[in-house]
Design a protein. Structure first.
Length: 588
């Protein structure tokens, strides 16, 4: 969002805001999120956005919102000059003809000056005199904060690699100003999110925005408002998952993707999104892939798929593992979710003070009725529970009320001895009368309930059966069911099919680990238990702890009635997205 006073220039900003902008600009490359893009990635994005020399680029307007060393800006200028030359343009008229064709913004002054010099050199090498080259560079380039600076008009093409900066690295006064302007800065949104928002607002009808960026926003909570904005007035035209491809000049942790978004012209019919996965490719393959994606018809064997209605309100985008997406959508159209099939997904207890509430079960100095045996993620070994002996103090009565300290003298003495640590917690400050409660309510009956236990962050689908002996810790999710046989369900949840569902919706952690959280587990589709043939039921039960993944998959693929080709796609996907420890690889 641009405000009226932005037209007055950076000099008229409030001193506190101006100082915050200066401090952000003076950060080093890591702190200001400067990551530089390989030429092949740039070439692919310019092609996907239609910024190619065979078009009259001098009649279009291009914006690069964070040009850094010129990775996008300089190739775009080369395309512009080539297109202008093809249109019989000459250096003599370029200063006037091209003055509106390009805008580039960069906050870091040293980067701005280095790249501005390269721009002038490009222009003089093409034929402009030094005076016109300097004047055109001054017209094109702005040294300022893209999220605050004044920009005239709209743009036909916006390309770049927006900065990957976490909120805690942004000075408080500047972050407050960003939040005032950009409604997509939600929860823990990184700085690239408002770059998307402002870029989309600056797009002309028919315009294309192409960014290479971390892909977390396409699925996680903080990306919800941006996904909603795109669903309301834009179209995801192209998406390339770059997981596993070296897209930058330096190593980065975030999983990148090329995202190209179009602002459709009024009355234009909505076309499907074209997607591809760069797994197994090198950066040199990207321009070829981009050409295939822009063909009138998708070339057979190109790895490009078409998916309709990717953007749907704030819902996560199904943009990863593109080969399996048609199958996933087909399963979602005909099968109920895990909970609609009679299963319940929950999470274990968070205390806010584990050092107080959790200890050796036998040594916790409280009444027996005030403690429960606790199972933790580290207790799940080799597909079974190897209990470490931990217990948790339960401050709740069965009806959910807090147990009275007066009724349990040992419990009271222990709680009072740790009063200071317990009262420091947010939950205690929020509930002064219930200061000794755990963050989550404890349901003692869950201890004796048979359940499946699933750790949150894991390289592979780990699902362990508890016959009804333990209460789960907060880094474990659990599944109970009044309909499904839990041993049969254990087989299903350990399979490549379940991995496909989780991988489609979750954001992966550093190192490639999947997140088996409740919100993703609830996305898994399963048949109703009553619809499973009796012979297959018995087979699924028998395979509950089978170590060989192929054997497990064979039964589950039959359950889902997958064709050989579909089964192959799912198995290969699970193999790619899971991190299997070396000691387990022989059995998978």
């Amino acid at each position: 969002m641009e405000l009226l006073f932005d037209r007055l220039g950076p000099e008229q900003r409030h001193p506190e805001l101006a100082d915050a902008v200066r401090r952000l600009a003076e950060n080093n490359e890591t702190e200001r999120g400067a990551v530089f893009t390989r030429a092949e990635v740039v070439a692919a994005i310019l092609h996907l956005t239609g910024y190619t020399p065979n078009r009259p680029l001098h009649r279009l307007r291009l914006l690069e919102p964070s040009f850094g060393n010129g990775d996008f800006l300089l190739p775009a200028i080369d395309h512009l000059l080539e297109a202008y030359t093809r249109a019989a343009g000459s250096p003599a008229s370029a200063r006037d003809d091209l003055k509106a064709a390009l805008r580039g913004v960069e906050l870091h002054k040293a980067s701005f000056e280095r790249t501005a010099l390269k721009v002038r050199d490009r222009l003089t090498a093409w034929g402009l005199n030094a005076q016109d080259a300097s004047a055109l560079a001054r017209q094109w380039l702005i040294c300022d904060d893209f999220l605050l600076t004044h920009l005239e008009g709209s743009f036909d093409v916006i390309v770049g690699n927006p900065p990957y900066v976490r909120q805690e690295r942004v000075p408080a006064a500047l972050l407050s100003e960003y939040r005032r302007r950009y409604w997509t800065i939600y929860d823990r949104a990184d700085l690239y999110v408002p770059f998307f928002e402002r870029g989309l607002d600056l797009l002309a009808p028919g315009g294309m925005l192409g960014f290479i960026c971390a892909n977390r926003w396409t699925k996680n909570r903080y990306g919800g408002p941006l996904r909603e904005k795109i669903a309301r007035g834009f179209r995801l035209a192209f998406y390339i998952d770059l997981d596993g491809l070296d897209a930058f000049h330096s190593e980065v942790i975030a999983y990148p993707a090329i995202t190209v978004i179009e602002r459709p012209c009024p009355g234009e019919s909505v076309r499907p999104t074209r997607m591809a996965q760069a797994a197994g490719m090198t950066a040199e393959d990207l321009p070829r892939l981009a050409r295939a994606m822009t063909k009138p018809a998708v070339p057979p064997g190109s790895g490009v798929v078409e998916i309709a209605e990717v953007a749907n309100g704030r819902n996560p985008w199904l943009v990863g593992n593109v080969e399996a997406l048609p199958l996933l959508r087909e399963l979602e159209s005909r099968l109920p979710t895990l909970e609609d099939a009679g299963c319940k997904v929950g999470i274990g207890v968070a205390t806010g003070a584990d050092s107080v509430f959790i200890g050796d079960f036998d040594q916790l100095p409280v009444e027996e009725s005030r403690k429960l045996p606790l199972v933790m993620a580290g207790d799940l070994k080799g597909g079974r529970i190897d209990w470490s002996g931990h217990g948790i103090i339960n401050p709740f009565n069965p009806d959910g009320t807090l147990a009275s300290l007066d009724d349990y003298p040992l419990f009271r003495a222990y709680i009072e001895a740790h009063r200071s640590a317990i009262r420091r917690r947010h939950v205690a400050r929020k509930n002064p009368s219930g200061w000794y409660r755990t963050i989550d309510r404890i349901y003692p009956e869950l201890t004796g309930t048979p359940k499946l236990l699933i750790p949150d962050i894991k390289g592979t689908a780990t699902v362990v059966y508890d016959e009804g002996r333990y209460y789960p810790h907060h880094n474990l999710y659990y599944v109970t069911s009044a309909t499904w046989n839990l041993r049969a369900l254990q087989t299903v949840l350990r399979s490549s099919v379940s991995v496909m569902f989780v991988a489609a919706y979750c954001t992966r952690m550093a190192g490639g680990f999947l997140r088996f959280q409740a919100q993703y587990l609830r996305r898994i589709r399963v048949p109703q238990w009553e619809d499973v043939p009796k012979i297959l039921r018995s087979r699924l039960v028998e395979l509950a702890e089978e170590p060989n993944r192929a054997t497990v998959d064979a039964a589950v693929f039959e359950l889902y009635a997958l064709s050989p080709n579909e089964a192959d796609i799912v198995a290969r996907l699970a193999e790619r997205v899971q991190i299997v420890p070396k000691k387990e690889r022989a059995t998978t």
